[in-house]
Design a protein around this ligand. Structure first.
Ligand SMILES: NC(=O)c1ccc[n+]([C@@H]2O[C@H](COP(=O)([O-])OP(=O)(O)OC[C@H]3O[C@@H](n4cnc5c(N)ncnc54)[C@H](O)[C@@H]3O)[C@@H](O)[C@H]2O)c1
Length: 354
């Protein structure tokens, strides 16, 4: 199933020389990364930051001297110096804050995942379209040089037919309270798969378990099925003694190993695979040959993903364009997350995706 992620709405143009006034809502773990990257983006002024906890806001002044601070994000929505907001609050607050911002005419960048339900995500898309505002989701990985390189290698047929995508994301914590490990970690793989394959899965199956009473699942295995002979397995775990961030992609021509924890050589491309010789008539006579060729590690630019992403968000506001990680792509990912949770409740039964 090929993906159509472009929204039909055209965002209203922004005067090209005008500085984009920006505010960040949520200044916990991820919010400071947004402030830091927007502060160095040309044509942007980071005007304000909001967090419920005033103690957290203290650090923002070190990044942007003179930044305005508030514990009530609503103060920012009527501020005419602010054209756009970036939302880095817990997932259960995304919908309410994003909707209020859009209704007040702000362009919005929301952290992954876009919203808690597909219905909420759909509503945000409609409201943004109606008002000609940019709605973008922070699917960070698709702005990394590594994932962009993998997409090129697949698009240029270097990998051949993609047979599988296997991902492991494990570490000790951070245990979340409002989302399970799939919404926290597998969400990255779902956005990466959408971007590199440009194809939507047709069904999802997942199993998961919680080891802390009353808490969401901290360990899960997700399988995504595609129309053709390609499968994705995603293993996510908050209860691992070591941190792992590894993806293996198997193709008919090449295989890729992507280790995000590697400082250099994050991607390795292997000229390895199998060939089958003999008569198709008699499967017992078929001989499997193993091809073990060279490995190469493509050079990757050192640019931080959030820097590229901040530039892209601002460019979309200025040009009236739909972002790569649009509200629509956020909606597709939320649909898969919802289906995965349904599957967990049904002990791994496959859930079709429309
Ligand atoms: N893109 C990525 O790689 C990445 C990485 C980590 C987290 N995230 C996302 O960022 C978001 C925040 O995650 P985090 O790890 O920073 O969480 P966090 O709990 O460390 O920070 C969230 C902050 O939001 C504040 N907050 C809550 N409600 C608020 C409100 N109404 N107004 C203002 N502030 C409010 C909290 O006080 C807290 O400081 C989540 O959606 C998460 O999925 C994305």
């Amino acid at each position: 199933m090929l993906l159509t992620l472009q929204s039909p709405a055209i965002c209203r143009n922004f005067a090209s020389a005008q500085t984009v006034g920006l505010a960040v809502i949520g200044y916990g773990y991820w919010g400071p990364n947004l402030v830091r990257n927007f502060a160095k983006t040309e044509g942007v002024e980071v005007v304000a930051v909001s967090d419920l906890d005033p103690a957290k806001l203290a650090g923002a002044k070190r990044l942007v001297p003179g930044i305005q601070q508030t514990t009530d994000f609503r103060d920012l929505l009527t501020d005419t110096r602010i054209d756009a907001v970036a939302i880095a609050t817990p997932v259960h607050t995304h919908y309410e804050i994003a909707l209020a911002a859009i209704k007040n005419g702000k362009h919005v960048l929301v952290e992954k995942p876009l919203a808690q339900t597909a219905a909420q995500a759909q509503h945000l898309i409609e409201e943004a379209e109606r008002r000609g505002r940019v709605l973008m989701v922070d699917h960070t990985f698709i702005y990394t040089p590594a994932v962009r390189k993998i997409r090129d290698l697949i698009r240029d047929r270097v990998v051949g037919d993609v047979y599988y995508y296997n991902s492991t994301r494990a570490s000790l914590g951070l245990f979340q309270t409002d989302v399970n490990v799939i919404w926290d970690l597998a969400v990255h793989d779902m956005s990466i798969i959408q971007y590199i394959l440009n194809e939507a899965p047709i069904a999802v199956s997942a199993t998961g378990v919680s080891h802390l009473e009353g808490r969401p699942e901290n360990l899960a295995h997700v399988a995504l099925f595609f129309e053709r002979n390609c499968i994705a397995h995603i293993s996510v775990n908050w209860l691992s003694p070591v941190k792992i961030r590894q993806i293996v992609i198997g193709g008919s021509s090449k295989m890729i190993m992507y280790d995000d924890l590697e400082a250099t050589e994050k991607i390795k491309v292997y000229d390895k695979g199998v060939t089958v010789n003999g008569s198709q008539q008699d499967v017992h006579q078929l001989k499997v040959g193993y091809r073990a060729g060279d490995m190469w590690a493509p050079h990757l630019p050192a640019k931080e993903a959030l820097e590229t992403e901040a530039e892209h968000f601002v460019a979309c506001i200025r040009r009236g364009e739909v972002p790569i990680s649009s509200g629509m792509s956020g909606l597709q990912v939320v649909k898969i997350l919802e289906a995965a949770c349904k599957s967990i409740a049904a002990q791994g039964a496959p859930i079709p995706l429309s």
